[in-house]
Design a protein around this ligand. Structure first.
Ligand code: FCB
Length: 414
């Protein structure tokens, strides 16, 4: 039970040790990376597609991103200014192992500096080992659908843990495996853009094995390490609560999308990391989703704060501490972001009050960055980034979030 909930003022306090943070990933912010994404972005086929739609290709190429490889100190200052106790950031495999089996000591030394700088500022570190992007040598060997990836990933993870393990508070082995598999192998929107059901299955089970191995490796180095992965969890509802085909389809999507990976690795998890963005009303006919979309983000995603509560309730049975590792909104005008955060936190608070073990919340993202296949148009940042000068500027919602993190509470309007 939480203390001091001041009903009069409608102040909702979070547990004392609740961890407030912000999230990013390496490829989306660092800049200057050569990997499977950078290769795909500049491929003749993609460029032709963009030209056909009259798009400027530079808006869809990560390029120098936010230049965070050079500006990491500034980023850490921003995390501090937000009063966040933690920062989730990622490593880029292609920098650390640019050629098969050859580790780049300069790159790892750079990451040590980045992490040490955060530690000096008293910011806890959540480190993502793999967030979708791959070195070219790995892709040449078949990428994630080749079984060999399990040993390659393990070797990379082992190196990273040996080099950086003393600085890390939480490990994220793999970001959103189900999204990677579906976007890369079922929908074909992410590289390697191979629509192939069998490759999807192989990649999925290789990711499961990679996580399981990494869990053992990290714990061998540090038995007290906290290891998990981030799971994109969607709130799936049948459009008609009484109509069996829609109930079944919603259940199926939940089973494969939200829970299968989790079930398979539940023995190798110190916490459950979730990313929440979507609510889907499921219908039995194509395109199988019919959202009411009364209120949407710039990316057209329905805003549905209650969904996070439904998800949290569903995860209760796993009996593990939960960290919300991503939740955020594309909102260039910053007209909805502050309210979006508070509305979601209100439901997180309700779940905690009902006894759920939820230990942290990370907003996606610290700053505007490269939103994968959508390029730079979608602005998720608490800080905006000038695309020419890389200058960062806090949006008004940054002050809202900073106040929440500083006071460990939200204020609800009557
Ligand atoms: C998540 C990804 C993250 C970012 C947000 C908007 O699915 O993990 O990199 O793109 O969506």
């Amino acid at each position: 039970m939480l203390e001091n909930n001041d009903q009069e003022q409608n102040i909702l306090k979070f547990p004392q040790s609740f961890l407030w943070g912000v999230s990013t990933s390496a490829y989306q912010i660092e800049g200057g990376i050569t990997n499977d994404w950078s290769q795909w972005e500049m491929s003749a086929k993609r460029l032709a597609k963009l030209r056909k739609k009259n798009f400027d290709y530079r808006d869809f190429v990560a390029g120098q991103a936010c230049d965070s490889y050079n500006r990491y100190e500034e980023d850490a200052e921003m995390v501090k200014d937000l009063h966040c106790g933690a920062y989730r950031l990622g490593l880029e495999w292609s920098r650390i192992e640019p050629r098969k089996g050859e580790f780049n000591l300069e790159a790892i030394e750079h990451y040590r500096q980045v992490l040490m700088n955060l530690r000096e500022k008293n910011i806890k570190i959540v480190l993502t080992i793999w967030h979708w992007t791959n070195p070219l040598w790995l892709v040449a060997e078949g990428g994630w659908s080749n079984k060999k990836v399990i040993s390659y990933y393990s070797r990379y993870a082992e190196f990273v843990v040996a080099q950086l393990g003393d600085l890390v508070d939480f490990w994220v082995t793999i970001n959103e495996p189900s999204v990677f598999v579906s976007q890369s192998y079922l929908i074909g929107k992410f590289p390697p853009n191979k629509i192939n059901f069998f490759s999807a299955g192989k990649a999925f089970f290789n990711l499961v094995a990679a996580h399981q191995k990494a869990y053992g490796i990290i714990h061998r180095h540090n038995s007290r390490a906290k290891v998990g992965f981030t799971n994109l969890v969607n709130d799936f509802d049948p459009a008609r609560a009484w109509f069996f085909p829609e109930i079944f389809l919603a259940w199926l999507l939940k089973f494969f999308g939200n829970n299968l990976f989790l079930r398979l690795v539940r023995g190798q998890l110190d916490y459950i990391g979730i990313d929440y963005y979507f609510h889907f009303r499921i219908v039995w006919y194509p395109p199988f989703v019919r959202n009411l979309n009364k209120e949407v983000t710039d990316s057209g995603w329905e805003i549905y704060p209650r969904g996070i509560y439904n998800i949290l309730q569903d995860l209760r049975r796993f009996k593990k501490p939960i960290y919300i590792m991503e939740n955020g909104i594309a909102d260039a005008a910053d007209a909805k972001r502050g309210k979006f955060i508070i509305d979601h936190l209100r439901y997180v608070h309700r779940a905690i009050e009902e006894g759920e073990d939820i230990r942290g919340y990370f907003y996606w993202s610290l700053l505007d960055n490269f939103e994968w296949a959508e390029g730079y148009a979608m602005k998720f940042g608490l800080y905006s980034v000038d695309r020419q000068t890389f200058q960062r500027a806090p949006r008004p919602s940054a002050a809202t979030y900073a106040e929440i993190c500083r006071t460990n509470q939200i204020r609800i309007e009557k």
